[in-house]
Design a protein around this ligand. Sequence first.
Ligand SMILES: *Cc1c(COP(=O)(O)O)cnc(C)c1O
Length: 234
Amino acid sequence: MFPTYEEFCLRADTVRRQIAEECVRTRRNPREVELLAVTKTHPPAAAEYAARYGLRAVGENRVQEGVEKRAQTTAAVEWELIGHLQSNKAKLAAARFDRVQSVDSEKLLNHLDRAAADLGRNLRVLLQINAGRDPAKFGAEIEDTPRLLEAALAKPNLRVEGLMTIAPLSSDPDVAQRTFGTLRELRDRLAAQTGAPLRELSMGMSGDLAAAVAAGSTLVRIGTALYGSRENAG
Ligand SMILES: *Cc1c(COP(=O)(O)O)cnc(C)c1O
């Protein structure tokens, strides 16, 4: 059942407390970890809740759904694309999303850069990396990341703000921990090599939030813990 706003607030408070506790434990500043509300499959009210609670942004994993939802609400939030993006939808995504977190190929970089140029805008992006080497996940291979980053940094209409990953689904908590550690080390190494800050590390979902914060996440993408299960929807 979709929650009331009061229920949403209690859940968001709980998530924020979990982030804060993990920050205390790992000596991090809780203000460096942002909560992104994942509104996919939920009604436009989900974005309105997020805005009213004071969150900066919401995440959607499908272009069409995100575009339609955004058109149905005046919620004062930014919209981020967190799901796989096909090149033929790059133009629409560049026009309607404030940031695209799922850039994982040079082809997509080319399409997004051209679309951003046509729109006269600078598009913020994250590079999605398959840091857990999960055959079921999108994202660039770890070995291909330096080249992809180099190409991304050369695009005049894109601003690369960091990296994103999704941990493999596993009952072993070490898997998520290792995946997030890998992304963090990759970021640190590439930032040192290129001089690009790559400040954002988008990692962690409802099931692996603590491991992500411990590994240095700056943006946890949370759906289920805020809005409940997505039942029969994708
Ligand atoms: C759905 C989704 C999330 C949120 O997952 P929950 O387990 O519901 O918190 C986070 N990131 C991506 C890329 C997603 O598609």
